[in-house]
Design a binder for this molecule. Structure first.
Ligand code: B12
Length: 300
């Protein structure tokens, strides 16, 4: 199983750099190659460890390990080691466009099934980097999530893998969003799930897509208490509130009304609102429509 280890666990001593510090032995184990292969790669392709721990000992950082995992995947897909190293270490933008979405989806699904957190994270980062948030969502993640929903209905136990995948998607989107500069003082879009709603991924993707095009947005998370949302909406004075609900059981039309009465423009989003006339609030039920609407309101 691939996993991130705590630095003290690995080196047996404290004071190591934050953010991951891997021994070559551990990296070799995680990649499923011999330590000799790892050393050969380092010598031939200049992809050795970049950290130094306690003087002479070289250590791999999290970023080193991620790039090596990427390289390993490219090799598994049939690329020669030299080209794989060049591609993985040139930066993600130049690497993944050739990989079909269904292949990425299969790899992700398998990694989640095997409970390989680090591998799921690296694949998600790679995919987001190379094709962006919308295509990652529509072409790679939606088919997997819908498949999981189908399994769930059939009574197939996939709770653990679903949890691994969905929590890593949230984390990867968070990392992705952090790369885009934002002007916190600007009025923007406030995104929230209804108070009983835990299905947050669609609006997390919306938040990432807004970041990509420079639309300021604040994402409040799952199950946002009505009181909290109403308070934040009045204090932050957003251009728009996107209120997400995945199913009829989580819709909160009173909250929508309350926000509107406070002078806020609300867009209701997601299948939960289907067929409801929520006090004239526009309804969006796909990512592109939500993006268009936000862009139109912010005149971008
Ligand atoms: C992942 C998941 C979870 C995760 C959510 C993690 C997270 N952070 O989001 C967890 C484990 C928490 C979870 C919990 C539950 N879940 Co759940 N879950 C799912 C799963 C597998 C994917 C959800 C998802 O993100 N879907 C996104 C896409 C894939 O949904 P879609 O319907 O195809 O997309 C439509 C729209 O949303 C729109 N769209 C797509 N993307 C975007 C983006 C934007 C911005 C917009 C506007 C629209 C939009 O396009 C589609 C056309 O309508 C679905 C299965 C499924 N088919 O969705 C079940 C599913 C939604 N869950 C379900 C259930 C029953 C539950 C629980 C009640 C289970 C339980 N007993 O605890 C709880 C509910 C908790 C709650 N109070 O909300 C049911 C809902 C049935 C219903 N209609 O009421 C589903 C459909 C599974 C099933 N087949 O029965 N779940």
């Amino acid at each position: 199983m691939w996993y991130w280890m705590d630095v003290d666990e690995m080196s047996g001593r404290g004071g190591a750099p934050a953010g991951g510090s891997w021994t070559p032995g551990k990296v070799a184990e995680v990649l499923g190659v011999s330590p000799v292969t790892l050393r050969t790669w380092a010598a031939r392709y200049d992809i050795g460890p970049t950290l130094r721990a306690g003087g002479r000992h070289r250590r791999y950082s999290d970023a080193d390990v991620r790039r090596l995992q990427h390289m390993r995947r490219l090799i598994d897909r049939g690329m020669r080691a030299r080209e794989a190293a060049a591609a993985a270490f040139a930066g993600p933008d130049e690497t993944a466009p050739g990989v079909p979405a269904d292949r990425l989806a299969d790899e992700l699904e398998q990694a989640a099934e095997d409970l390989e957190f680090a591998s799921v994270a690296a694949l998600l980062d790679e995919t987001l980097d190379s094709i962006g948030a919308a295509a990652t969502w529509v072409d790679v993640l939606l088919p997997i999530l819908r498949g999981l929903g189908g399994r769930w209905v059939r009574g197939d136990v996939c709770f653990e893998s679903e949890w691994v995948l969905t929590s890593e998607i949230s984390l990867a989107l968070h990392r992705y969003v952090a790369r885009f500069a934002s002007a916190p003082s600007e009025r923007g879009v406030l995104i929230a799930c209804c108070p009983d709603e835990r299905h947050s991924l669609p609006v997390e993707v919306l938040r990432a897509s807004l970041a990509e095009v420079g639309i300021p947005a604040v994402y409040l998370g799952q199950m946002v208490p009505a009181e909290t949302l109403a308070g934040l909406a009045s204090k932050l004075d957003p251009v728009l509130v996107v209120l997400w609900s995945m199913s009829a059981t989580t819709v909160d039309d009173l909250l929508c009304r309350r926000l509107q009465r406070g002078g806020v423009e609300v867009v209701v989003a997601g299948p939960g609102w289907e067929g409801l006339n929520v006090h004239g609030a526009p309804w969006v039920n796909d990512l592109a429509a939500a993006l268009d609407l936000a862009a139109a309101r912010l005149k971008i």
